[in-house]
Design a protein. Structure first.
Length: 217
């Protein structure tokens, strides 16, 4: 799949109800309180406007600005509501690839912890499963499946494990590690869910982006 440089994002799948998008690293999904423009949501809605479509695009979940990979959008708020209910009930399977500092000894594990949600003013449970794909000299390649969907959950859990993500600058100091990467080495590789209208099980999978492939080599 070759990204469209003019659009800066890639439509992996589209029908009358949903988009599945390959988001590049560096692009926000929605504006922060700073009010940024050219977010993925803005750009998708501009495309829909150019087509003369009546529906607007609404994200069904979020991935970080630095994180690359798959994200689901709904065409219309009613579809978004159905999809978000799937996420709430943990019926959507998301798989990430991460590069983490150091050598993770366990081949697989389930990480559990708590994080304080400032917006909701309460502590929430985080659950993240992972398995080791490959151990390199100074880092480990892991496949990660978040069970819950807390903000920055994967980044927090691996920091608490003692293996922060390569390129991490919020939950660890880059200067403390000899490995350098221009962003957080995290890629939303696969997503599986039930179509909000037909109920058909949908499954999408992406290769690693070029910057992560280059890092491995």
């Amino acid at each position: 799949m070759i990204p469209d440089k003019k659009k800066r994002y890639d439509i992996v799948y589209e029908d009358g109800h949903i988009f599945v998008i390959n988001k590049p690293s560096g692009m926000l999904v929605v504006p922060t309180p700073k009010g940024e423009t050219n977010t993925l949501t803005d750009l998708l809605n501009q495309e829909l406007d150019r087509r003369g479509a009546e529906a607007n695009a609404y994200p069904c979940h979020r991935i970080d600005r630095e994180t690359s990979g798959l994200i689901i959008y709904a065409k219309g708020q009613s579809i978004q509501k159905i999809m978000m209910e799937q996420f709430k009930k943990h019926l959507v399977k998301k798989t990430y690839i991460a590069f983490v500092h150091g050598i993770v000894r366990k081949n697989s594990d389930t990480l559990k912890g708590n994080v304080y949600n400032q917006k909701r003013r309460k502590t929430e449970l985080m659950i993240t499963g992972f398995r080791v794909l490959e151990r390199r000299k100074d880092f480990t390649i892991v496949e990660v499946e978040p069970v819950t969907g807390r903000t920055n959950q994967i980044r927090i859990h691996f920091k608490e494990l003692g293996h922060p993500l390569v390129g991490e600058s919020v939950y660890a100091f880059r200067k403390d590690f000899k490995l350098r990467f221009k962003r957080v080495a995290l890629h939303s590789k696969a997503v599986e869910f039930s179509h909000p209208v037909t109920g058909k099980r949908m499954n999408f999978n992406l290769p690693l982006p070029n910057d992560m492939i280059d890092f491995i080599h």
